[in-house]
Design a protein around this ligand. Structure first.
Ligand SMILES: NC(=O)c1ccc[n+]([C@@H]2O[C@H](COP(=O)([O-])OP(=O)(O)OC[C@H]3O[C@@H](n4cnc5c(N)ncnc54)[C@H](OP(=O)(O)O)[C@@H]3O)[C@@H](O)[C@H]2O)c1
Length: 262
């Protein structure tokens, strides 16, 4: 099946590791010109060289702290300067601190709002005029399975990521006449540094080894294992591709069956 991605221009946020990097790699393999970004220029340089080996498109990088609106504006301007247009946007961010309601200060709430929700809003605002000019576009917002089933001890994720779902659903209607399709993807347990950190935190809390903790988590996943970033990237690539012509405003769980709600 031809994905029709070759020659498209993509901006992938928070892509120096984990899910963002896997998506950048997958798109580059499909001939997409990819702008990768995160706060750390050194990490981006390494990722660029790694991706280039298999890439059929151009790879550029620019450092951007997505909590800073000026950085966002400069990132979008640079992408337009390099590629001429932005056809595909993947919004992503670092995970918020773990903890319960009573653990969180105003600063924690403000931090997570800016990192996990406001950055998506600002990025879309900045990219939108370019997609409207093109007369088409695809946006994928990365959230979490917490939008379907709140995760104990992750109150900041549970709160702000449901905002992404509301944003996505609303924009799907507002942007449909421009042929801009927008969806949310909600990872369950995909093997990345973030998940390793969450397992380590939970293991300490419950007095378990990391291996014991992971066995416990895996026993709650019908497919019996964590997902691989590449599997996650396959689904995102489909949503960004020319094959996705009729799905917009949706939230897709990528979780091996972990979330139990219908
Ligand atoms: N993996 C999963 O199964 C899973 C499940 C549920 C939710 N999620 C969420 O999905 C997102 C991606 O997950 P992941 O596992 O790939 O996480 P990860 O391995 O921790 O990667 C996070 C990425 O965010 C970047 N980043 C962090 N703060 C940033 C900032 N202020 N500005 C720009 N970039 C920033 C990091 O790069 P630098 O450090 O270089 O800036 C890194 O590239 C996270 O929000 C995570 O909580 C993941």
């Amino acid at each position: 099946m031809e994905l029709g991605l070759s020659g498209k221009n993509a901006l992938i946020i928070a892509s120096s590791q984990g899910l963002g990097k896997a998506i950048a790699k997958k798109l580059a393999e499909q001939g997409v010109n990819v702008m990768i970004s995160s706060r750390e220029e050194n990490k981006l340089e390494v990722v660029k060289n790694e991706i280039l080996e298999q890439s059929k498109g151009k790879i550029k990088y620019k450092a951007c702290d997505i909590k800073n609106n000026k950085d966002i504006q400069e990132l979008v301007a640079t992408t337009i300067h390099e590629f001429g247009s932005i056809d595909l946007l993947v919004n992503n961010a670092g995970g918020p601190p773990a903890g319960t309601f009573e653990d969180m200060t105003d600063e924690d709430w403000q931090h997570s709002f800016e990192l996990n929700l406001l950055s998506y809003i600002r990025m879309i605002r900045e990219v939108l005029p370019h997609m409207k000019n093109n007369g088409s576009g695809k946006i994928v917002n990365i959230a979490s399975s917490s939008v379907k089933e709140p995760i104990p001890g992750l109150i900041l994720s549970n709160t702000f990521r449901t905002g992404i779902v509301g944003l996505t659903k609303t924009l799907a209607t507002e942007l449909a006449s421009y042929q801009i399709l927008i969806n949310t993807v909600a990872p369950g347990r995909i093997s990345t540094d973030r998940v390793a950190f969450l397992d380590e935190t939970a293991a300490k809390k419950h007095g378990l080894t990391i291996e014991e903790m992971q066995r416990k988590v895996k026993s709650t996943i019908p497919l019996g294992r964590y997902g691989e970033p590449e599997e996650f990237a396959n689904y995102v690539s489909f949503l960004l591709s020319d094959l996705n012509t009729y799905m917009t405003g949706q939230t897709f769980l990528i979780d091996g069956g972990m979330v139990k709600s219908i």
